[in-house]
Ligand binder design. Sequence first.
Ligand SMILES: [Fe+2]
Length: 245
Amino acid sequence: MPKKKKAESRDNVVPINGKKNTVESLTKEVESLKAQQKEFCEMAVRSILHALDCKDHYTYGHSMRVTYYSLVLGKEIGLDDEELYDLEMASLFHDIGKIGVPDEVLCKPARLTEEEFIVMKSHPEKSAEILEGFKPFEKAGKYARHHHERYDGRGYPDGMKGEEIPLFSRIILIADTFDAMTSTRPYRKGLPYEVAFEELHEFSGSQFDPYLVEKFCEAMAREKKKNESTFTLSIIEGEFAKDAA
Ligand SMILES: [Fe+2]
């Protein structure tokens, strides 16, 4: 039988790049490479979102607010830090596919025609296409693809039902709808929180996950009491106004 190779001692590992490496120094190096990779990813997120801001400033602001609302709900249901980070990334990017929607459809201040609505409805798939090509954004791409699925299976693009729909996509749908209802646009005033809560409850179980609606309304009612006009996010620098106007 061939003799077993003697195990390397913990503090005398094979030299790499001419340096004598210990387990501790290699661990440190791996950690610093991971931190560097995270930083590069976050720079890429900011650049891509800058492109969205150039395309449509409202959708950019909407994405920031949706991220804030998603994180409020994520914290309320006890997600851990890693999960909250993934949720933040997915929420920031959920509407990135709108870059591919023509301005006359995306910014139309009136009701969309049937054909225009079909074009608009392609944005979750476009978000997924944009994000899936880059490994660190792959998960966000999956969650973005499903953020218009409905709990009763009548959503799009895949008609997923109930808990088949990824949890983060169910969270983003509530945050997304809440912002669409409460934000003020040039052609209409945003609804007060209380009215938006009632709307969410009305479609709880059909459009939305009922457990998440409950948790969201509780958490947002508490957020409102804090009476803060801005919020901050961890990936995107700066303070953002809660009010879209
Ligand atoms: Fe959307």
